[in-house]
Design a protein around this ligand. Structure first.
Ligand code: 5GP
Length: 206
């Protein structure tokens, strides 16, 4: 029997169109009963039609965001497509302390910053199966005008080249398979040397 496992932080990043939001949504729906949580960032971006405050994001004003930042409430923050995004520190620290799983959906730069602060976190990158599919997914979203679309596409291609800096890479061709692959990564984390429960090891080794 294992002692209570240490909390697990899973950082999932991808260029837009990679499909990380769908993967995160699916994972959380499947594992709600297991207490897996999503790290809800704060953003100054206005909500999209299907978004709800406190579910996808906490939507805040520029000054609210700046105040939180001053108080040191963010583990990392950055500007993406002219809006500010910040990952709250508390849920991450709580998960590490109390156990459980917390999943983050953040951009590549934020992912690297967090990994430097939380070295036990698993760093995963989602790739679309092809450039053609990436373009199709970005277009299909229809949330952006042509100029925004072109900006996202160029940025996505640049970010994809950074895959080598990630610990895990998932090619998201079939959503169910990609979700299963992330689950397997999460399930295996307790065996990682960094995530071991040292108390238990000490009992074995003495
Ligand atoms: P969107 O506005 O489309 O929801 O998100 C734009 C990008 O910002 C996505 O790549 C998303 O993963 C990223 N993002 C969301 N929250 C955070 C955050 O707290 N920190 C960072 N660095 N990126 C974030």
């Amino acid at each position: 029997m294992r002692l209570r496992e240490k909390g697990k932080i899973i950082i999932i990043s991808s260029p837009s169109g990679g499909g990380k939001s769908s993967i995160c949504r699916e994972l959380l729906a499947k594992h709600k009963k297991d207490g897996w949580r999503f790290s809800i960032s704060h953003t100054t971006r206005p909500p999209r039609a299907n978004e709800k405050d406190g579910r996808e994001y906490f939507f805040v004003s520029g000054s609210e965001f700046a105040n939180m930042q001053k108080r040191g409430e963010f583990a990392e923050s950055c500007i993406v497509h002219k809006y500010r995004y910040g990952t709250p520190r508390r849920p991450l620290d709580e998960t590490l302390r109390k156990g459980g799983v917390i999943i983050l959906d953040i951009d590549v730069k934020g992912a690297f910053k967090l990994k430097r602060m939380y070295s036990e976190a698993a760093l995963a990158f989602i790739l679309p199966p092809s450039r053609h599919e990436l373009k199709r997914r970005l277009k299909q979203r229809g949330t952006e005008d042509d100029k925004q679309l072109q900006i996202r596409l160029t940025r996505a291609l640049d970010e994809m080249r950074l895959y080598k800096r990630f610990e895990y890479v998932i090619i998201n061709e079939v959503l169910d398979i990609a979700v299963r692959e992330v689950e397997m990564i999460i399930e295996s984390l307790h065996c990682r040397r960094k995530n071991l429960n040292e108390e238990q090891i000490a009992r074995i080794i003495g």
